[in-house]
Design a binder for this molecule. Structure first.
Ligand SMILES: Nc1ncnc2c1ncn2[C@@H]1O[C@H](COP(=O)(O)OP(=O)(O)OP(=O)(O)O)[C@@H](O)[C@H]1O
Length: 799
C-alpha cells in the first residue's frame, strides 16, 4: 500500500513538476507563497494566544464583513488559529507553519524533496507527541494540547492508564532520538541538553522555535529563512535576484564549515554527513594498510621451514666424546720446556725478563718478554736452534704477538688432546652464535672454541698435505652447519673427485643437497660434470642478482627478511633463497683435468656470489701456484692451512710461512686476511658423520634435492654425425696435432693446445665423426686413421 502511495505521489509530482519546471520562476513564486503563508500562520498563532477568548464568539460570524477580530490577521487569523491550536494540536501546531515554510524553501531553491518527506513525517510525529503530552494539562491550559491532544490523551489513558501513556511517550521519544537524531549512548548527555533547549525554544515563541528547528536542521536554512523574511518585508521584486545570489553564496559558505561544526548530533543532515565521514575514515585506514602488513597479520610471517616443520636437528648424543676434553697439565714437561727455552736464549746472550705459558690442546704457547734492548729479529732467527734444543717438531715463533708486546714460542705438547666435535658444538659460543652460517672449527691455543661465520668469510680456501686433516676439517664445517641450520636455509653442492670422502652425505640428498635437474647423483664425483654445475651456479647467481635488484635490496639477508615479511610477491618469481655452500674436496685434480673451464666460473662465483648467498669452500692437497692461481687467491681472503711440506706451499696458501711447521693431525692455521690463528681442528670421525646423516636422512624430506637451474652446456656429443659447421675453431689444428703425433688422445690436445678437458673431448668426437681417429677404446688411445698430413689435407678438402 505504502509503496503504491509513494509511487502514485511520485508519478503525480513528476506530472506536475514539468509544468513548474517550465519556468523556474513559477517554482520560486509558489515557494515564496508557501513561505509567506507559513509566516502569516506563525503571526496568527502568536496573536491567537492573547486574543482567542475575545475572538471566539466571532468565529461563527466569519461571513459578516462588519465583524472585526482582534487577531493580527483578523478573522482569517482567528479561524485558522482556532482550527490548528484550539481544535487541533495546541502549541504543537507551530510545527505545521515550520514545515510549510521548509516546503516553500525547498521549492524556492529547487532542492530534492527526499528530505522534505522525512521532515514532514517526523514533524507530524513530534506534533502528535507534543499534543498527547500537553493533553495531561488540558484542564489548566487547554491551548497547550488542543482538542486533538486532549482526546488522544484521554483515549490512551482509558486503555493504558497514565503510566502507560508516559511510557509510550518515552518510547516514542527514545525512537525519535535514536532514529532521527542518531544518538549513541555517548551522546545521551549532550542530547538531553539539546532537547531541553529545543523545548525551551518551543515554549518561547513561534519564531524562535522555527529558528531552533532550522538550526538543528542546517545552517543554510537558517540563513535562507532570515533572507526570506527580509525579502518578504521589503516586498521588492528586484531584490529577488539578490536574495537568490545571497542564498547561493551562503550555501557555499555553509557547506565547508558544516564538516567542522561542533554540533553534529543536532541535525539529521549533519548526522548523515558524520556517518559518511566515519565510513571514509575507515576506508582511508584500509587504503593506508600495507598489503604485506595485512598478509602478515592474517597469515603470520612466511615460514620457510613450514614444509619440514617437524624437522629435528641432530642431537649431541650422535657425536663421540673423546676423553674429558680438559687438558691435562704436565708440570714436568712445562718446567723442562721453560728451562730449555731460557737456556737456549741465554746461550745466544738473550735475557728474558718474564715467561708465561698457555696450554692448548696440542700446543703450549710460551710467551716471553725479552729484556730491554734485545732485537726481535735476533730471537726470530733462532727458531731452528730452539727447535733443536727442545728436540721437538713444529715449533713456531711469533715475534711479536700482535697486540700483546710479547714474543710467542709455540711448542707442541708431548701428548696432544683431541678436540672433539661434540665439545665445540656444545660450547655456548657456538650454540648462541647469531651468525648466518656458523662454523665451529675447533679450539684456539688458549682452549677457546673458535666460531666463524662462513657468510662473512665469504669463501674459504683450504690446503694441507695428504693425511693432515683436510677431510676431517671439511666434515667439521659441514657438521657445524647441519647442527645449526634447517634444510630450508642451506643447501650443499658437494664435489668429491676422491669419491669416498663425502659419499656419506648422499643420505641427506633430499634435505640438504642441491643438484642439476638431469643428474642422478647429487654428489659430483665426475670432473666433467663439475663444469656444468659451476656454470649452473653462475646462472643461479645471475638469477638471484635479478631477484635482489627487483626487490631493491642489497643482499640475501635483506631479501629473505623482506620475503618473510610478505613484501615480495611469489607470483613475480620471488622465493625464499637458501644459502648455497659449494664444497670442492680436491681442487688440484679438477684444475688438472678441466683447467680454465672451471677456473673461470669459480672466479666469477668467488668475485660476485657473496651478496647472494653462494659460498665456496675449496680444499686442495697441492697448494701450488698453478692450482691456486692469483685470481682465485685474490677472491679467497679466508684460508685454512693444515700442515704442508714446504715453506713455499705455506707461502702460496697463507702468504707467509708457518704451515710447514705445524704438527699435523688437525693442527691448523686460519687467516681471514690479517692475523694467523693457530687452531686445533675439531675431530669428527666417519662413523659420527654417518650417524648424523642417518639421523637426518631418516626424517621426512623434500620430494627431491634442491634443483639448480638447468645449464645447457656444450656437452661433447658422442654421435658420429656432427655437422661440419659446428666444428670447433681449433678443429684443423687439433687434427694436425693428432696426425703428426699419430696418437688419438684428448690429453695430448689438452697439452698441446692448452685446452680444457671438455673442449678437448669434444674435438676428439668431431675428429671421430670426420674419420680422422677411430672409436673410443677404453684406456687405450684412439687409433689414428689418417697416416700423414697429405692424406689429412685431401680428406678435409673433399668434405
Ligand atoms: N682434528 C683432528 N684431530 C685428531 N686427529 C685428526 C684430526 N684431523 C685428522 N686427524 C687424523 O688424521 C687422519 C687423516 O685425516 P684426513 O683424512 O682428514 O686427512 P686428509 O688431509 O683429508 O688426507 P687426504 O688428503 O689424503 O684425504 C685422520 O684419520 C685422523 O686420524
Amino acid at each position: 500500500m505504502a509503496k503504491k502511495k509513494t509511487k502514485t505521489s511520485k508519478t503525480s509530482s513528476s506530472k506536475k513538476l514539468p509544468s513548474f519546471k517550465v519556468s523556474n520562476q513559477q517554482k520560486i513564486i509558489f515557494g515564496s507563497l508557501l513561505m509567506l503563508i507559513s509566516i502569516a500562520c506563525v503571526i496568527a498563532f502568536i496573536s491567537f494566544f492573547s486574543t482567542w477568548q475575545q475572538d471566539q464568539s466571532l468565529l461563527k460570524e466569519f461571513g459578516d464583513r462588519q465583524a472585526e477580530a482582534k487577531n493580527w490577521l483578523n478573522k482569517f487569523g482567528a479561524s485558522i488559529s482556532h482550527l490548528f491550536i484550539y481544535k487541533g494540536f495546541g502549541i504543537a501546531a507551530f510545527i505545521f507553519p515550520v514545515l510549510l515554510f521548509q516546503t516553500g524553501f525547498y521549492l524556492f531553491l529547487n532542492k530534492s524533496s527526499k528530505q522534505l518527506i522525512n521532515r514532514w513525517f517526523w514533524g507530524i510525529i513530534v506534533s502528535i507527541w507534543l499534543a498527547i503530552f500537553f493533553g495531561f494539562f488540558a484542564d489548566d491550559a487547554p491551548l497547550l494540547g488542543g482538542v486533538v491532544g486532549f482526546e488522544m490523551n484521554d483515549f490512551l489513558r482509558a486503555y493504558i492508564g497514565v503510566i502507560g501513556v508516559v511510557l509510550l511517550l518515552l518510547f516514542i521519544f527514545i525512537t525519535y532520538c535514536v532514529a532521527r537524531l542518531g544518538i549513541t549512548p555517548q551522546k545521551i548527555k549532550s542530547l538531553f541538553l539539546t532537547t531541553q533547549e529545543e523545548f525551551k525554544a518551543a515554549f518561547k515563541s513561534n519564531k524562535v522555535k522555527a529558528e531552533a528547528e532550522t538550526n538543528t536542521a542546517e545552517q543554510q536554512e537558517e540563513e535562507t529563512k532570515t533572507a526570506a523574511i527580509n525579502y518578504a518585508t521589503d516586498a521588492d521584486t528586484t531584490s529577488d535576484v539578490d536574495i537568490e545570489n545571497s542564498f547561493e553564496v551562503k550555501i557555499a559558505e555553509e557547506e565547508s564549515p558544516a564538516v567542522s561544526t561542533k554540533h553534529p548530533s543536532n541535525t539529521e543532515e549533519k548526522d548523515d554527513e558524520l556517518k559518511i565521514e566515519v565510513e571514509k575514515v575507515e576506508e582511508e585506514k584500509e587504503e593506508s594498510d600495507n598489503l604485506s602488513d595485512r598478509l602478515v597479520k592474517d597469515f603470520g610471517e612466511f615460514d620457510p621451514k613450514l614444509a619440514l616443520s617437524n624437522y629435528k636437528f641432530p642431537t649431541l648424543e650422535l657425536l663421540n666424546d673423546y676423553g674429558s676434553g680438559s687438558i691435562t697439565i704436565n708440570q714436568e714437561e712445562l718446567e723442562e720446556n721453560k728451562n730449555r727455552i731460557v737456556d737456549t736464549l741465554k746461550n745466544y746472550k738473550i735475557d728474558i725478563s718474564q715467561i708465561k705459558a698457555t696450554i692448548g690442546p696440542t700446543v703450549t704457547l710460551y710467551e716471553i718478554v725479552p729484556a730491554a734492548g734485545v732485537r726481535i729479529s735476533k730471537i726470530k732467527n733462532l727458531e731452528d736452534d730452539i727447535a733443536l734444543s727442545l728436540s721437538a717438531l713444529g715449533i713456531r715463533i711469533i715475534a711479536p704477538i700482535p697486540g700483546k708486546g710479547t714474543i710467542g714460542i709455540e711448542v707442541p705438547n708431548k701428548k696432544s688432546t683431541i678436540v672433539s666435535m661434540r665439545s665445540v658444538i656444545a660450547a655456548k659460543k657456538f650454540q648462541n652464535a647469531e651468525m648466518e652460517l656458523p662454523i665451529a672449527f675447533g679450539k684456539t691455543i688458549s682452549n677457546e672454541t673458535f666460531v666463524v661465520d662462513l657468510a662473512k668469510m665469504p669463501h674459504l680456501l683450504m690446503a694441507g698435505a695428504t693425511g693432515q686433516g683436510k677431510s676431517v676439517g671439511l666434515n667439521a664445517i659441514l657438521t657445524s652447519l647441519l647442527y645449526k641450520k634447517h634444510p630450508a636455509e642451506v643447501k650443499f653442492v658437494l664435489v668429491d673427485p676422491k669419491k669416498v670422502e663425502l659419499t656419506l652425505f648422499n643420505k641427506i640428498e633430499r634435505h640438504f643437497l642441491a643438484k642439476l635437474p638431469d643428474s642422478e647423483e647429487a654428489i659430483i664425483t665426475d670432473n666433467t660434470k663439475v663444469i656444468n654445475t659451476l656454470n649452473s651456479l653462475c646462472i643461479e647467481m645471475d638469477n638471484r642478482y635479478e631477484l635482489l635488484k627487483n626487490a631493491m635490496v642489497r643482499n640475501i639477508k635483506e631479501y629473505n627478511a623482506k620475503f618473510k615479511a610478505r613484501k615480495l610477491n611469489p607470483n613475480d618469481g620471488h622465493q625464499f633463497l637458501p644459502y648455497i655452500v659449494l664444497v670442492i674436496d680436491e681442487f688440484a685434480d679438477l684444475i688438472m683435468t678441466a683447467g680454465k673451464e672451471v677456473e673461470t666460473p669459480i672466479a666469477r662465483l668467488a668475485q660476485l656470489a657473496r651478496a647472494i648467498g653462494i659460498h665456496l669452500i675449496i680444499a686442495t692437497q697441492r697448494p701450488s701456484v698453478n692450482v691456486i692461481t692469483g685470481i682465485i687467491k685474490a677472491n679467497f681472503p679466508a684460508r685454512v692451512a693444515f700442515r704442508v711440506t714446504s715453506k713455499i706451499d705455506s707461502r702460496t696458501i697463507l702468504d707467509s710461512p708457518g704451515a710447514d711447521q705445524l704438527i699435523g693431525r688437525g693442527d691448523m692455521l686460519y687467516t681471514q686476511g690479517n692475523d694467523l690463528t693457530r687452531l686445533q681442528c675439531a675431530f669428527v670421525d666417519t662413523p659420527e658423520v654417518e650417524k648424523i646423516t642417518d639421523y637426518i636422512g631418516g626424517q621426512r624430506a623434500y620430494p627431491d634435492a634442491h634443483l639448480l637451474p638447468e645449464y645447457v652446456g656444450e656437452d661433447s656429443g658422442t654421435g658420429v654425425d656432427i655437422d661440419i659447421s659446428e666444428r670447433d675453431a681449433l678443429f684443423r689444428e687439433a687434427a694436425e696435432v693428432i696426425v703428426i703425433a699419430q696418437q688419438g688422445s684428448a690429453s695430448l690436445l689438452q697439452r698441446k693446445l692448452k685446452l680444457g678437458y671438455n673442449r678437448a673431448g669434444r674435438i676428439i668426437d668431431q675428429l671421430e665423426a670426420a674419420g680422422i681417429v677411430g672409436p673410443f677404446e677404453g684406456s687405450k688411445a684412439r687409433q689414428v686413421l689418417v697416416t700423414d698430413m697429405a692424406a689429412l689435407d685431401q680428406l678435409l678438402s673433399n668434405e
